[in-house]
Design a protein around this ligand. Structure first.
Ligand SMILES: [Cu+2]
Length: 186
């Protein structure tokens, strides 16, 4: 049990330090060229699922991990069974849960997507976790992420996404100090 609980905690501490660094840098950020018209996030794939509000939290140089967020609405009963990205050595679907008085995150083997039900992955809840990052994820660019699904018959399908990189969810206002604390708890 000790062995199992150590690794998530180490990742957790690492993330906390990274989130603080990102918050500091964001406060010093200067204006950048606004992105061109938002391209479609889904680039290819055959999975019967709609994607909305996808984004990945920007990183600073040296940061090893970050979170990805989106809302998935399946057109038949599906499970999200895996993710991958060329930008990350390790990519997992994570859940948040209370362990004692602390929120911790851990990988889950799959996430259920009931038919027609919008399942939101967002800061503080389920999320896509990109770790062992091979590059800095720069705001206003995109990162390729592939989602793998399985249906009730055991058939697999996938979606290829270009997820926008940002400091906040699309359509939300500038992050307040409180929201930055939320990202700290991600
Ligand atoms: Cu995580």
């Amino acid at each position: 049990m000790n062995h199992l609980s150590l690794t998530p905690r180490r990742r957790w501490l690492h993330w906390c330090a990274a989130a603080f660094g990102a918050a500091l840098l964001a406060s010093q950020a200067h204006a950048q060229t606004p992105p061109a018209a938002t391209p479609s996030v889904v680039t290819s794939g055959n999975a019967p699922v709609a994607v909305e509000g996808a984004w990945v939290r920007a990183t600073v140089p040296g940061q090893s991990g970050t979170g990805g967020f989106l809302t998935l609405t399946a057109r038949e009963p599906l499970k999200l069974v895996g993710i991958s990205s060329p930008a990350a050595g390790v990519a997992e679907v994570h859940e948040m849960r209370m362990v004692g008085d602390r929120m911790q995150m851990r990988a889950i083997p799959h996430l259920d997507l009931p038919t027609g039900q919008a399942v939101a992955l967002r800061p503080g809840g389920h999320h896509l976790m990109l770790m062992d990052l091979k590059q800095t994820l720069v705001r206003d660019t995109t990162v390729p992420v592939t989602l793998q699904f399985r249906n009730a018959a055991g058939q697999t399908s996938s979606l290829q996404l270009n997820m926008p990189i940002s400091n906040r969810a699309p359509g939300s206002s500038a992050p307040s100090a409180g929201q930055q604390m939320d990202s700290h708890r991600h």
